[in-house]
Design a protein around this ligand. Structure first.
Ligand code: MRU
Length: 345
């Protein structure tokens, strides 16, 4: 199942807001339609947001005005700005846009057709590289698990969130193929239920025995010794190993530390922000109050109730057992191990 594809000058994507009840595919040649889809989480998950943005620039290349080089450049740069303003936390978005920006900057006195081709090729390359990174993360991560492991995951870091088999969920499905997984516990992931709607859908499709829990049940499971490891994805990792991920990840890491259960973060190098030394500098998106006060369009909280809804939190590096990247498994001190990676940004 591919959540997003390049199809003859258009982007075809699965509207993830409709899952699992409906598998609705949309097709667009319009970068602003794609930006809207990212904003409303029809396209979501850090790596997939980056991939979609790269294709957005490829679409902008195709729809560039047939005029001067300056105007074409202006059109592309304003599309970069528009896509960059969709969601602030996942650094993969800015990483992918930077790669496209480099191509635009290097284009001088060339033909428009040549520029268009380069932007399409780069987006396809970003997409393919992500699929390969998922494979490597999944292999490295599955080696960390013992036979008969029960694991817990939060949010959705699966095929729906990436260009390949996923990061955290990729590790789980790979370990399952190797006969290492006994059971998967899936946090529902309030408020938008990426766990209940998306991860549960993916894990069920893979035929892995799984149980869905509400987020606050996790501590009880850990106390009952029903979980051998927790594996999550990430939206941005600072150079000291602090890792942003879906709200609720930090409290899981605290619980894992208290119960002495390994807590793994799985992410490609496109999620590592070489420009940020600590999690304090990671911008955290805040979402609309409605997402907390309503469920499926029906309000259950009192009218005008004040709501605070950060979409992500930052897990401090000291609570992370290892970071599983496509270049290998990093162990603390992350400030040292992260420095050894070959990063592109
Ligand atoms: O708000 P979302 O659904 O985009 O949040 C997604 C997550 O937090 C994922 O865990 C993260 O992006 C990693 S995806 C491989």
């Amino acid at each position: 199942m591919k959540p997003l594809e390049w199809a003859d000058g258009k982007v075809k994507f699965l509207d993830q807001t409709k899952l699992p009840l409906e598998e609705l595919f949309c097709e667009t040649a319009d970068a602003s339609f794609l930006a809207e889809a990212i904003k409303r989480l029809a396209i979501r998950g850090a790596p997939l947001i980056g991939i979609a943005a790269a294709y957005g620039i490829a679409l902008a290349g195709l729809s560039a005005p047939s005029s001067t080089e300056e105007e074409i450049r202006r059109h592309l740069l304003s599309t970069i700005e528009m896509l960059a303003s969709t969601r602030p936390t996942a650094v993969n978005l800015f990483w992918a846009l930077k790669r496209q920006r480099r191509i635009i900057d290097e284009w001088h006195n060339g033909s428009v057709a040549e520029l268009q081709k380069k932007l399409i090729d780069e987006a396809i390359k970003i997409h393919q590289e992500d699929a390969e990174m998922c494979e490597r993360i999944s292999s490295f991560g599955s080696e960390l698990l013992n036979k008969n492991s029960s694991v817990l995951t939060h949010c959705n870091a699966g095929a729906l969130a990436t260009g390949g088999r996923g990061t955290a969920v990729g590790v789980i499905t790979k370990a399952w193929e190797l006969g290492k997984i006994k059971h998967v516990y899936i946090d529902e992931t309030r408020p938008l239920l990426q766990g209940a709607r998306l991860t549960a859908w993916e894990i069920k499709k893979a035929g892995i025995p799984a149980t869905l829990i509400i987020d606050s049940t996790a501590a009880v499971l850990l106390k009952q010794k029903k979980v051998d490891a927790i594996i999550v994805g990430s939206d941005r990792i600072a150079m000291n190993g602090d890792a942003a991920n879906k709200i609720g990840t930090y409290s899981l890491a605290v619980q894992a530390g208290y119960h002495r259960i390994p807590f793994y973060v799985a992410a490609p190098i496109s999620t590592i922000d070489a420009g940020i030394n600590s999690g304090k500098d990671i911008p955290i998106e805040e979402r609309d109050a409605k997402e907390v006060a309503e469920l499926f369009g029906r309000r259950f909280a009192p009218e005008r109730m004040d709501v605070y809804s950060p979409a992500f939190d930052v897990t401090p590096n000291e609570l992370i057992t290892a970071i599983i990247t496509d270049q290998g498994v990093l162990k603390p001190p992350f400030i040292e191990s992260l420095k050894k990676l070959k990063l592109q940004n």
